[in-house]
Write a protein that binds this ligand. Structure first.
Ligand code: I24
Ligand code: DGL
Length: 271
């Protein structure tokens, strides 16, 4: 047993899709979440900057005595997960390997599509990880820069959303049997994406798959949180306005949660 919380990091609020899965699959686990909304989105930023920001989020979580760190962000996982994982003593999980193995498992025809932010797609990491595990898979990757802004403007079922998703996914329609949702925001567009891709295409939610892996890891190392201790007290931190974060979080998680402003330790000479 290990009653310390699990640390989650994300560029903003998108990682809450992973948190909701955790609350569903592992309701006894306690969460410390840090979202860098002041500097979101990470997707269009240069890799070196994302790496730097991600380290600041990791260092913040380390001050909260977490037993494990979860990168609840595809973009941060794509550029910084490997180097962070190598340097820390606690387990560090990302969303990309779980999403990749789930796609391989589900693919019946060996044709996998991957969608994500420009940085995630430019990193080519999903393609690399899938090929490393199963070289016979064909992977087609596609950046969908318009999807996250759609979600953030509350357009998850509008006719504009349908049009944008239809036009963006056109290159993949009929070409893949499995599609990886390689961005935290995309599960919110799931119904439209499924509709455009057709019912025979399996959609993979990397965040949900990551929570399956958290569960496996907790069991393997026997570091689950004890059930007869105190109730869970989640803590959420944001680098932007706590009230705006809270409004989205309460709506999405369907429960009241405490949100505080976090000040990150930034290296000298930077803003
Ligand atoms: N969804 C996301 N980000 C936003 C948003 C949203 N505004 C409305 N909705 N804003 O991501 C990002 C910028 N903010 C963040 C908070 O600090 C200030 C700046 C997707 C969320 C995934 C859980 C739409 C919306 C909502 C509630 C729930 C879900 C949702 F308002 F998509
Ligand atoms: N959380 C990011 C991801 O999963 C999406 C938002 C962003 O670009 O920062 O890639």
């Amino acid at each position: 047993m290990d009653n310390r919380p699990i640390g989650f990091l994300d560029s903003g609020v998108g990682g809450l899709t992973v948190v909701r899965e955790l609350m569903r699959q592992l309701p006894h686990e306690e969460i410390v979440y840090i979202g860098d909304s002041a500097r979101a989105p990470y997707g269009p930023r240069p890799a070196e900057q994302i790496r730097e920001y991600t380290w600041e989020l990791v260092n913040f979580l380390l001050t909260k005595n977490v037993k494990m760190i979860v990168f609840a962000c595809n973009t941060a996982t794509a550029v910084a997960w490997e180097e962070v994982k190598e340097k820390l003593k606690i387990p560090v999980l990302g969303v990309i390997l779980p999403g990749s193995s789930a796609a391989i498992k589900s693919s019946t025809g060996g044709k996998i599509g991957v969608i994500g932010t420009p940085m995630t797609i430019a990193s080519d990491i999903y393609n690399e990880k899938i090929k490393a595990l199963a070289p016979q898979m064909e992977v087609q990757s596609l950046a969908c820069p318009k999807f996250a802004p759609l979600v953030e403007s509350n357009q998850i079922a509008s006719s504009v959303a349908k049009k944008v998703v239809y036009e963006s996914l056109a290159p993949l329609v009929g070409k893949v049997d499995t599609l990886v949702l390689g961005c935290t925001h995309y599960p919110l567009l799931r119904p439209i994406i499924q509709n455009v891709m057709g019912p025979q295409v399996t959609l993979i939610d990397s965040g949900a798959e990551c929570v399956r892996d958290i569960s496996v890891l907790l069991n393997y190392f026997q570091i689950n949180r004890s059930r007869d201790g105190e109730g869970v007290k989640h803590r959420f931190y944001t680098t932007a306005n706590p009230e705006s974060f809270k409004m989205i979080a309460i709506n999405w998680l369907d429960q009241d949660i405490p949100v505080e402003h976090a000040t990150l330790l930034v290296k000298k000479g930077e803003k």
